[in-house]
Write a protein that binds this ligand. Structure first.
Ligand SMILES: [Zn+2]
Length: 443
C-alpha cells in the first residue's frame, strides 16, 4: 500500500469559487480523503497555487509534434498541411516515434495534462507491410507513456482507404490494415500493456473507413466497453465527399454503423449539420474540440452554442500540438465562439475547467475521473498564481482561466506520484528529448 498526502493552499472542487486549505490523501493512487485543513500535517507535500484535477487531453497525435514551426507552405490549406504531415509520417520508425512520444508526453505533463487519448494510426513499416511485431509502433507509444508517467488511452485507429472506392496510396499504406477484420485481429494481439495504459478504438474518418467496415470497429469497442473516437466533419470537403458517396453526413454514416453511443467522441465536429448535433446529443456522445489546431489548419469554427444547448459533453485536445497549453485551448474555445457570435460567456470559467478535466476523462471513458473526489484517481495539477500575468487578479476560477498559462504549472501528480516538480519533469529532460527526437525524425 502506497499512501500520499498533499496540502493545497487553494483547490478547485467545481464551481466558480476556490476552496482554501484542503488536504488530499490517497492510497494506491486513488483519493481517499478530501478535508479542510488549516495546518498541514507532518509529512504531507505542500502544493503551491491552485490545485485542480489533472487536465485530460482527449485528442493527440504525438508524432505531429515534430511539425511545430516547420509548416512553411505559402498559400496553404488543410490539405497542403496534410502533405507536410505525410512527409513526416514516411520517415518515422519505432525508435524515433518512441523518442518523439517521450518528449511530447513529457511536454503534456509539464502543461498539466495527466491523461491523453492518443489517436494512433501509424501502424506499419515503410512499404505498408506489417512489422514482425505488428503493434510495435503502438507499443512504442505505450512505453513512452510509461516512461513519462502519463495516463494513456491508445485509440488504435482503423484506416482502410484513401477515400470512397480509393485504395490507400503512398504513406497511407503505413496507416492501413487490409480490412476491418485484419485491424481487429492486429489489435487483439496487443498483449499486456504497461500500468495506466489502456486500449480504445478509432475510426479514422468516413473518408478512410467505408460504411460496411464501421460496425466491426464499433462492435470491437462495444464488446470491451472501450472508448471509440472518429474525426468528424473537420473540413467542408469531408462532408461533401460523404454526401456524394453515401448520401449522408459523416455523423449519420457513423451512426448507421453503430458507432454513435455514450462511449463515442466526435473529434472536431466543426461542420456538423443540425441533425448531426441531435444524433450526438441523443446518444450521449462527446465532442472533442481542438481549438488551437483547428485555428492553425483553417478548419473553421465549431458551433459551440448549439452543442452546449443540446447538452453534448465537451472535451479538448491538443491534436497536432501547435500549442500545448490547456488554458490556451480553453480561452480559444470560448474566444472563438465570441468572435463567431458576437456574444460572451457561452461557457463560464467553471464550465471551461470542467471541459479540460471531467469532460476529457469522460471522452476517454474514465467515468468518475476528472473531479477531486473520493474514489477518483489522485491526478493533480498545481498552477502557480504568483506570475506577473496574475498580479492583481482575484482568487477565483474566472481569473485562473483568464490569465494562467502552461508556464504556471508547477507540480503534477499522476496516481499519487509527483511526475513534474517545479515545472520540470522529474525524469525526462523534455527540451533535450524533443530536440533530439525532432532532429532524428527529419535527419
Ligand atoms: Zn486528429
Amino acid at each position: 500500500v502506497t499512501a500520499a498526502a498533499f496540502h493545497c493552499r487553494q483547490a478547485w472542487l467545481g464551481g466558480e469559487t476556490l476552496e482554501r486549505d484542503v488536504l488530499l490523501r490517497a492510497v494506491d493512487g486513488v483519493l481517499t480523503e478530501i478535508s479542510p485543513s488549516t495546518v498541514p500535517p507532518p509529512g504531507c507535500r505542500r502544493l503551491p497555487g491552485v490545485v485542480l484535477p489533472g487536465f485530460a487531453n482527449a485528442h493527440s497525435h504525438a508524432f505531429h509534434r515534430a511539425l511545430r514551426g516547420r509548416d512553411r507552405a505559402g498559400a496553404a490549406t488543410f490539405w497542403s498541411w496534410r502533405t507536410s504531415m505525410y512527409r513526416l509520417a514516411e520517415r518515422l520508425d519505432p525508435d524515433v516515434l518512441h523518442e518523439l512520444a517521450v518528449g511530447t508526453f513529457a511536454e503534456l505533463l509539464e502543461a498539466g495534462f495527466t491523461a491523453v487519448g492518443e489517436f494512433h494510426y501509424l501502424h506499419h513499416d515503410r512499404d505498408g507491410s506489417r512489422y514482425a511485431e505488428p503493434n510495435v509502433l503502438g507499443r512504442a507509444l505505450c512505453e513512452a507513456a510509461a516512461t513519462t508517467g502519463v495516463r494513456l488511452t491508445l485509440l488504435d485507429t482503423c484506416y482502410l482507404a484513401a477515400g470512397p472506392d480509393a485504395p490507400p496510396e503512398g504513406v497511407q499504406r503505413r496507416f492501413a490494415d487490409a480490412s476491418a477484420d485484419a485491424w481487429a485481429e492486429r489489435v487483439e494481439g496487443f498483449g499486456p500493456l504497461p500500468a495506466r495504459c489502456s486500449l480504445g478504438a478509432a475510426v479514422h474518418s468516413v473518408r478512410a473507413v467505408p460504411p460496411a467496415a464501421i460496425p466491426v470497429v464499433a462492435g470491437w469497442a462495444a464488446a470491451r466497453d472501450a472508448p471509440l473516437h472518429a474525426h468528424v466533419s473537420e473540413q467542408p470537403a469531408e462532408n461533401e465527399a460523404s454526401l456524394g458517396a453515401f448520401g449522408a453526413t459523416p455523423t449519420a454514416v457513423l451512426a448507421a454503423g453503430g458507432a454513435v453511443s455514450p462511449r463515442f467522441t466526435a473529434i472536431h465536429a466543426t461542420h456538423l449539420a443540425p441533425p448531426d448535433r441531435e444524433l450526438l446529443a441523443a446518444a450521449g456522445s462527446s465532442v472533442c474540440v481542438c481549438p488551437t489546431t483547428e485555428r492553425d489548419l483553417a478548419d473553421g469554427l465549431v458551433v459551440l452554442d448549439q452543442l452546449v444547448a443540446a447538452g453534448v459533453p465537451l472535451a479538448i485536445g491538443t491534436d497536432a500540438h501547435v500549442s500545448v497549453d490547456a488554458f490556451d485551448e480553453l480561452r480559444c474555445l470560448e474566444g472563438h465562439e465570441r468572435l463567431r457570435t458576437g456574444r460572451r460567456g457561452t461557457l463560464s470559467p467553471a464550465a471551461l475547467l470542467e471541459v479540460a478535466t471531467a469532460g476529457g476523462r469522460r471522452a476517454l471513458a474514465e467515468g468518475a475521473a476528472g473531479w477531486l473526489e473520493v474514489g477518483a484517481p489522485c491526478d493533480l495539477v498545481a498552477v502557480a498564481t504568483d506570475s506577473v500575468a496574475r498580479a492583481g487578479s482575484p482568487d477565483d476560477a474566472a481569473a485562473l482561466v483568464a490569465a494562467s498559462s502552461a508556464r504556471d504549472v508547477r507540480v503534477v501528480v499522476v496516481a499519487g506520484e509527483v511526475v513534474v516538480d517545479d515545472g520540470r519533469h522529474v525524469r525526462v529532460d523534455t527540451r533535450a528529448a524533443l530536440a533530439r527526437a525532432t532532429a532524428a525524425a527529419w535527419s
